[in-house]
Design a protein around this ligand. Structure first.
Ligand code: BES
Ligand code: MN
Ligand code: ZN
Length: 501
């Protein structure tokens, strides 16, 4: 799908479909007013006659409206005038994208960004259009037999602004929105695939294939022998019960000079988390195929950075394996030596994410990174704390934490700061090793992050616990692609501000 920013405050563009907003009280949006005049007041009459209530999310298609420049007009309900803001704007966009997909239009002009939307500039208004329309056309990798769904007809979406200044800002926003859309689609594909297909080897192949598309990306894949060579004892403990080969994947995007310190994005890549010997209960164990969502989203963000040619170095580092029970699996009470040299008593084999990540954090040191951000479906406790709406953010660095939280707010992909520290480190004490890998049920998200902080030490490090936000359950089961929008916004701002860390 292609996106274009145009100047067209009066809805004069000839398009396959003009998308205009109407408020619940009958007030016409900025472009609807002009189209209403062009087509003899039909829109006002529809509302007055009770045929279009204009509730948020309502849509109504007017085919062949005589007098309009477009072949169709799609009315989008915006709800109450006073409540129209960035969230309701996104909702109206989603409804419009859904309704448009059911028409024969191959191109559309969207006028909703002309409305008054507090705290959202032209750039972000346009970005939201691209994100929402990309998400709307996303299809889950299809393993069903029978008739295939038709490919989407809509190929071009133009977004109208009032003047050339707005148009310029919108063009940049559309580009970023489309890159977020592409990165999210990659992440969602990987996470939605079943664990017998999306294995560590498969993720590695997908990462390697990125360099065909983006020459500035170079991928190195380490196999089990190489992982042993690096003495990643914690990572190896998790994989040892599985017959699937582990992979340690390093994908480097070089957008800046060689000497410029990179941002390392670390991903938890557990392609299936059975819990290991500390086996999980059967209900919803299938959802543990999403336990590689962190890995999928750091690859998605790298993809977006390459597509946007950001002048910054970014390295995605992924520790990928299965967590399975077997005669050879790691046992509760086993003690392993991590790559850092610190020892860990594994009291619960289901707390495996922190084990693979602690070695990834140690590995990232070789790049002398400006910042390290790990992304992981790490704890059920984080889901209890923050629900499925907002992900957890823990950090040893105020500035980095602030940047990530701000990126999440701007991208409508929020993260909320949770604490780490000595109070929680107390709970990780072991009589036999430097640390235990679990600290009890209470504050589970904070003890997990505190465990990681013992390996991050002096690095500028942050952790995103996306256990609640990476996928949705129920009838709409599937990957959300979060936190790709947050990560891309963060990278775009880092690139713009040229911060050295
Ligand atoms: N992958 C899970 C975390 C998880 C749980 C994500 C539920 C999404 C939904 C992680 O590996 C795990 O099992 N964590 C344990 C830690 C516990 C044993 C300390 C958990 O949260 O129960
Ligand atoms: Mn687990
Ligand atoms: Zn897990």
């Amino acid at each position: 799908m292609e996106f274009k920013a145009i100047v067209d405050a009066k809805a004069r563009a000839a398009s396959g479909c003009a998308v205009v907003g109407v408020y619940e009280n009958g007030e016409l949006g900025n472009a609807a007013r002009h189209i209403d005049a062009q087509i003899g007041g039909i829109i006002s009459r529809l509302h007055a006659n009770g045929d279009f209530a204009a509730k948020l999310g309502d849509t109504l298609l007017l085919p062949h409206p005589a007098g309009a420049a477009s072949a169709r007009v799609l009315l989008a309900g915006l709800g109450p005038r006073a409540g129209f803001e960035r969230k309701t704007y996104r909702k109206a966009l989603r409804a419009s994208a859904q309704a448009l997909a059911k028409t024969g239009a191959s191109d559309a002009a969207v006028y909703l960004a002309l409305e008054d939307i507090p705290a959202m500039d032209s750039h972000y208004r346009a970005r939201a259009v691209a994100e929402v329309f990309c998400a709307q056309t996303y299809r889950i990798p299809d393993l069903k037999t029978g008739a295939k769904p038709k490919p989407p007809k809509l190929a071009l979406v133009s977004v109208a602004s009032e003047n050339t200044r707005g148009q310029k800002a919108m063009a940049a926003g559309l580009q970023i929105g489309a890159a977020i859309g592409g990165g999210s689609a990659l992440a969602r594909d990987l996470a939605n695939l079943p664990p017998n297909i999306c294995t560590p080897t498969y993720i590695a192949k997908r990462a390697e294939s990125l360099e065909k598309e983006w020459p500035r990306i170079k991928t190195t894949v380490l196999d089990e022998a190489a992982i042993k060579e690096l003495k990643m004892g914690a990572f190896l403990a998790v994989t040892q019960g599985s017959t699937q080969a582990p992979r340690f994947i390093v994908s480097e995007y070089r957008g800046a000079k060689k000497g410029s310190a990179p941002i390392c994005l670390l991903g938890k890549g557990i392609t299936f988390d059975s819990g290991g010997i500390s086996l999980k209960e059967p209900p919803s164990m299938d959802e543990m195929k999403f336990d590689m969502s962190g890995a999928a989203t750091v690859l998605g963000a790298l993809h977006a950075a390459a597509e946007l040619k950001l002048p910054i170095n970014v390295i995605a580092i992924i520790a990928s394996c299965e967590n399975m029970p077997s005669g050879g699996a790691v046992k509760p009470a086993d003690i392993v030596t991590s790559m850092s040299g610190q020892t860990v008593e594994i009291l619960n084999t289901d707390a495996e994410g922190r084990l693979v990540l602690c070695d990834a954090i140690t590995y990232s040191r070789r790049f002398k990174p400006a910042a390290v951000v790990d992304v992981a479906t790490l704890t059920g406790a984080c889901v209890i704390a923050l629900g499925n709406q907002i992900c957890g953010l823990m950090s040893n660095n105020e500035e980095l934490a602030g940047e990530l939280a701000a990126a999440g707010n701007r991208a409508d992909d929020r993260a909320w700061r949770l604490p780490i520290g000595d109070e929680y480190a107390e709970l990780l004490k072991s009589n036999f090793a430097d640390f235990a890998n679990v600290g009890g049920r209470e504050g589970g998200a904070c003890t997990a992050a505190t465990f990681l902080s013992k390996f991050a030490k002096d690095l500028a490090w942050a952790h995103l616990d996306v256990a609640g936000t990476a996928w949705v359950g129920g009838s709409q089961k599937g990957s959300t692609g979060r936190p790709v929008p947050l990560l891309v916004d963060f990278l775009v701002h880092r690139a713009r501000n040229g911060r050295k860390g």
